[in-house]
Design a protein around this ligand. Structure first.
Ligand code: SF4
Ligand code: SF4
Length: 432
């Protein structure tokens, strides 16, 4: 991953100021039956059935919860296929042949302001659960669990930092959906009976600041503040964002809710607006396709279930026939894709396509750069040694691998180009 991270420094800002291209015309929508949190599922449809947007067509089943699967296009269900999920596993997908009529199912209905006024916290949990809303910044944490908190919430904190370099999906979302963001925050304030909301954005983005503050003048009754925070990585890590944006230090291992703070990613708050106002699941999302390996980097508003290959084609394809590196997500925390026949899911924020360049890993020189750069205060080099020695006990106890947020900083700063974050990923699995 480190090789790609360094390489990406040359493609800064390719898409930041490009308006979003609406891509709602996949010929087929592919919807994964299972995912990392839900390992089994039941389909409610069969080939030949006609479905409409927002219709519940299946149910994913996890250890602690169930998650409806919704149609994201209208059309006919065809034979299911097996494809590689972004998790790297081969899973079954429900496939819908798009009829391009964009018909919505009757469960997608507008709620009036009066109806929304009457919704309780429990109603918010129910609605977000039925619409399978999850953390759309990439966490995929089920949103309804946030509405089940028993802790009193004083402050809603909106993460608009998008701190991984060179991503612009949230940037464009803020520029193009400011009203929906304010309404989503209004609903969250109401649900938790919170006193205030703070939207955190990077200090350097004047365009975001002026867009949001201009929009706020239309909602003078709402206690919302726009806060410009640091330009550095990992400013978007919620612990770091709360520290800079709210001046509150959240101890490691403590949920912000325990301190009266509830955090939502900016794209999740738009998803909340959609779920509450229209009872609509996440049928589309902002997605950045960028990198020096494709001809036309673009921001898309794309239907969930769209094949990545279609977007690559829309971006005029690869620049040449040389080997490419594909990263799904950001350069620091994203995962490598071994093939380009992936499908856009609710939590895919971006794909970076790079011309492959070789970087040779060298032996550790004990410079401690990785230790100094770790925002969680860990010792990545020792984690690597513990993984190599299969020392699970050390990983769990003195090396505290649970606190690692897989931010990628250790790999980025390593003098010897060692893929330390890959060791951290392995360590987390070993220490379960
Ligand atoms: S990936 Fe983990 S160990 Fe490496 S810098 Fe980030 S938090 Fe620290
Ligand atoms: S940054 Fe790399 S070379 Fe330096 S101590 Fe850490 S692992 Fe070793």
């Amino acid at each position: 991953m480190i090789a790609k991270t360094r390489q990406i420094a040359n493609i800064r800002g390719l898409t930041l100021h490009l308006p979003t291209v609406k891509y709602t015309k996949p010929e087929y929508a592919y919807l994964a039956m299972t995912n990392a949190r839900c390992l089994s599922a039941e389909s409610f449809v069969k080939p030949g059935d006609h479905v409409r947007i927002g219709q519940i067509i299946g149910m994913r089943k996890g250890a602690f919860f169930e998650q409806p699967i919704h149609a994201t296009v209208s059309g006919e269900v065809v034979e299911p296929v097996k494809k590689f999920h972004r998790s790297g596993k081969l899973v079954e997908f429900i496939v819908i042949k798009n009829d391009f009529k964009d018909e919505y199912h009757e469960r997608v209905q507008e709620r009036t302001d009066e109806e929304i006024e009457k919704l309780t916290l429990e109603d918010f949990a129910e609605i977000t659960k039925n619409n399978a809303l999850v953390g759309l910044g990439g966490s995929s944490f089920p949103t309804y669990i946030k509405f089940q908190t028993k802790d009193p919430i004083d402050t809603i904190c909106i993460n608009g930092v998008e701190c991984e370099p060179y991503l612009s999906a949230d940037h464009r979302l803020i520029m193009e959906f400011p009203e929906q963001i304010m309404l989503g925050i209004k609903y969250a304030l109401h649900a938790f009976n919170a006193k205030r909301a703070v939207i955190c954005i990077k200090k350097k983005y004047d365009d975001l600041y002026y867009t949001l503050t201009a929009e706020l003048t239309r909602f003078p009754e709402l206690p919302i503040e726009v806060k410009r925070v640091g330009n550095y990585y990992p400013q978007g890590w919620e612990i770091e964002m709360i520290k800079t944006g709210l001046g509150v230090k959240v101890p490691q291992g403590v949920l912000p809710a325990k301190l009266g703070i509830m955090v939502f990613n900016v794209s999740t708050i738009v998803g909340l607006w959609r779920a509450i106002k229209w009872n609509q699941p996440v049928i589309e999302r902002n997605f950045t396709l960028t990198g020096d390996g494709i001809k036309l980097p673009l921001n898309f508003r794309v239907r969930i279930g769209t094949p990545l290959q279609e977007l690559i084609k829309e971006s005029k394809g690869y620049v040449d026939d040389t080997d490419k590196v594909l990263i799904l997500g950001g350069p620091m925390m994203g995962a490598n894709l071994v093939r380009d026949d992936a499908v856009i899911t609710r939590t895919c924020t971006s794909c970076i396509i790079l011309n492959a360049k070789k970087e040779i890993e060298e032996p550790c020189v004990r410079c401690a750069s990785c230790v100094y750069s770790c925002p969680a205060g860990l010792q990545p080099v020792e984690i690597m040694h513990a993984v190599k020695n299969n020392d699970k006990e050390a990983l769990k106890t003195k090396l505290n691998i649970k606190a690692c947020i897989l931010c990628g900083m250790c790999s980025y700063t390593c003098t010897s180009k060692i893929h330390l974050t890959d060791y951290c990923r392995k360590a987390k699995k070993m220490a379960v």
